[in-house]
Design a protein around this ligand. Structure first.
Ligand code: UD1
Length: 420
C-alpha cells in the first residue's frame, strides 16, 4: 500500500486551482440514471470515488465516454441491470445514491446495504423511510435493499428527522419523476445539494426552494439529457487554506466559490490569517505568524462543516492557545487525534469534544490514516512537524484529494508518495 513521506517545517506559499467537488459529482453522476438521454458531466475530479461511481454506472449497463478534460458523457438509455453489488458499495457508501434514481425510473432496484465506516454507524433509514412515504415497498434481504413500486412513485410530504445530505439527494432525485408534488422538509442545504438540484433542473426537473430547508418538487413523467459543470470543491479548497495557514504561509486559490466557505474563512481570520476574496478566488496570508487557536462546533450547512473538522484540529495542535473542537454530525470522528498525539500534540477527548493545547512544534512519526478527512489532517500535521512523518493507508486520501502531493509540492512542501 502506498504511503506519503513528509519532511515538515516548510512555510508553504503559492497558487492552486480548486478541483471539481467530489460530493457534488457523485450525486450528479447518479442523477444521469434518471434519463434515457445522454448527459455530459464536466469538471469531474480525478479521484477513486469518481472512478468507482463511473464503474457502477457501467455495471448497470450505461454507456460511458470519458474525454481527457475530465468530462464524461453518460448514456443511461442502455441501463439493463438494476442491482448495485456489494463489491462496489462496500468501497464507497455514496453508491446508495443510485437507489432513488433507479427506483423512480424503472420501478425496482436492489442496492447492497452500505455498512458503517470508521467515523460511525451511518444508517440510511431516512433514505428508505422517505422512499416508503412515496409508495415504495422496501425489503432488506441477504444484505441488499430491495425496493419496488408498481407504477410511478407518488409525491409525498416528507420531514427528515435529521439533516442528511445523501438522504436529501436520494429523495430529491426520486421525486423529480414522481407523480404529483413532493415536499422535503428539514432538507440539507449544502452547496452540493444545490448543485445537484441545479443539474436536475437543467435536465427538466421542476424544483423550487433550492438552497433552503424546504424543497418542493413537481414530478414530471421524464427528464432529458443535459450538459452540466460540477461546482468547485469547497472542502478541498478549505483543506489547502488550513494547511498553508498552519505553516504560517500564503496561498491564492483560483476557481473557488468564496461564499461556500464563509464560516471556514471566518475561523481562519480568527486564527489570525488575513483573508481576501474576489468573485472566484481566495487569498490567505499568515505573514509568518503562528495561528491562534480556534474553537469550532460542526453542524449542517451553513454551520461549520464536519468535513473540515479534522483539518482545524491539526491547525490547533500548533496554534497559540487552547482550542476546542466539538463534533456533532458523526459519532466517531475524532479518531485522528490519537495519531496526532503520537506526533507530540496535546489533545484530550471528552465525549464528542476535543481540547487541544497548542504546541510550538510537532514531531514527525509514522501515522495511519483512518478515513478521508482524517488523512488530510495527518498530512497537515506532518507538514508542521519537525523531521519525517510517514502517513500510511493513503488510499483514503486518494478517494478525495486529486494529486495531493503534486499540489503541496507546488507550494514548497517536501512530500512524496512511496509505493508500498
Ligand atoms: C455526506 C458527505 C460527507 C459529509 C456528510 C455530512 C457525500 C458523498 N458525503 O455524507 O462527506 O461528511 O454528508 O456533511 O456527500 N443519518 C441518519 N439516517 C440516514 C442518513 C443519515 O441517521 O438515513 C445521520 C448520519 O448517521 C449522520 C448524519 O445523519 O450522523 C449526517 O449524515 P449525512 O448528511 O447523511 O451524510 P452523508 O450523506 O452520508
Amino acid at each position: 500500500m502506498d504511503n506519503l513521506l513528509i519532511h515538515g517545517g516548510q512555510t508553504l506559499a503559492g497558487q492552486l486551482r480548486v478541483s471539481g467537488a467530489k460530493n457534488a459529482a457523485l450525486p450528479i453522476l447518479a442523477a444521469t440514471l434518471l434519463t434515457s438521454e445522454k448527459t455530459t458531466v464536466r469538471n469531474l475530479p480525478h479521484l477513486h470515488d469518481i472512478t468507482t461511481m463511473v464503474e457502477l454506472l457501467g455495471s448497470l449497463g450505461a454507456d460511458l465516454m470519458v474525454d481527457e478534460k475530465l468530462a464524461i458523457e453518460v448514456d443511461a438509455g442502455t441501463v439493463n441491470v438494476l442491482r448495485a453489488p456489494y463489491e462496489l458499495v462496500k468501497t464507497m457508501r455514496a453508491s446508495i445514491l443510485v437507489l432513488g434514481p433507479l427506483l423512480a425510473r424503472f420501478g425496482h432496484v436492489e442496492v447492497s446495504f452500505p455498512g458503517g465506516c470508521a467515523i460511525g454507524s451511518r444508517p440510511v433509514d431516512l433514505h428508505l423511510k422517505g422512499l416508503e412515504a412515496m409508495g415504495a415497498e422496501i425489503q432488506i434481504e441477504e444484505g441488499y435493499i430491495k425496493a419496488r413500486r408498481k407504477g410511478r412513485l407518488q409525491g409525498a410530504d416528507i420531514t427528515l428527522e435529521t439533516v442528511t445530505v445523501g438522504g436529501t439527494e436520494n429523495l430529491l432525485m426520486a421525486a423529480t419523476l414522481a407523480e404529483g408534488k413532493t415536499i422535503i422538509r428539514n432538507a440539507a442545504r449544502e452547496p452540493e445539494v444545490v448543485d445537484l438540484a441545479q443539474c436536475l433542473c437543467a435536465m427538466g426537473a421542476k424544483i423550487s426552494g433550492i438552497g433552503s430547508s424546504t424543497l418542493e418538487i413537481e414530478g414530471v413523467p421524464s427528464l432529458h439529457g443535459a450538459d452540466y459543470t460540477v461546482m468547485p470543491d469547497r472542502i478541498e479548497a478549505g483543506t489547502y487554506l488550513v494547511a498553508v495557514a498552519a505553516t504560517g504561509g500564503r496561498l491564492r486559490l483560483e476557481g473557488a466559490v468564496p461564499h461556500h466557505l464563509d464560516i471556514v474563512l471566518e475561523k481562519l481570520r480568527e486564527a489570525s490569517a488575513s483573508v481576501t476574496i474576489g468573485d472566484d478566488w481566495i487569498e490567505l496570508d499568515m505573514e509568518g505568524r503562528r495561528p491562534k487557536a480556534v474553537t469550532i462546533t460542526t453542524a449542517p450547512y451553513p454551520g461549520f462543516p464536519t468535513d473540515m473538522q479534522a483539518q482545524f484540529t491539526a491547525l490547533n495542535t500548533v496554534a497559540v492557545g487552547v482550542g476546542r473542537v466539538t463534533e456533532t454530525v458523526f459519532e466517531n470522528r475524532l479518531i485522528q487525534t490519537h495519531e496526532m498525539n503520537r506526533m507530540g500534540a496535546q489533545i484530550s477527548i471528552e465525549g464528542n469534544m476535543a481540547m487541544i493545547v497548542g504546541q510550538e512544534k510537532l514531531k514527525g512519526a509514522p501515522v495511519m490514516a483512518s478515513d478521508l478527512r482524517a488523512s488530510a489532517s495527518l498530512v497537515i500535521a506532518g507538514l508542521v512537524a519537525e523531521g519525517q512523518t510517514r502517513v500510511d493507508r493513503i488510499y483514503h486520501i486518494d478517494r478525495g484529494y486529486e494529486c495531493i502531493e503534486e499540489k503541496l509540492q507546488s507550494l514548497g512542501a517536501d512530500i512524496r508518495r512511496q509505493p508500498g
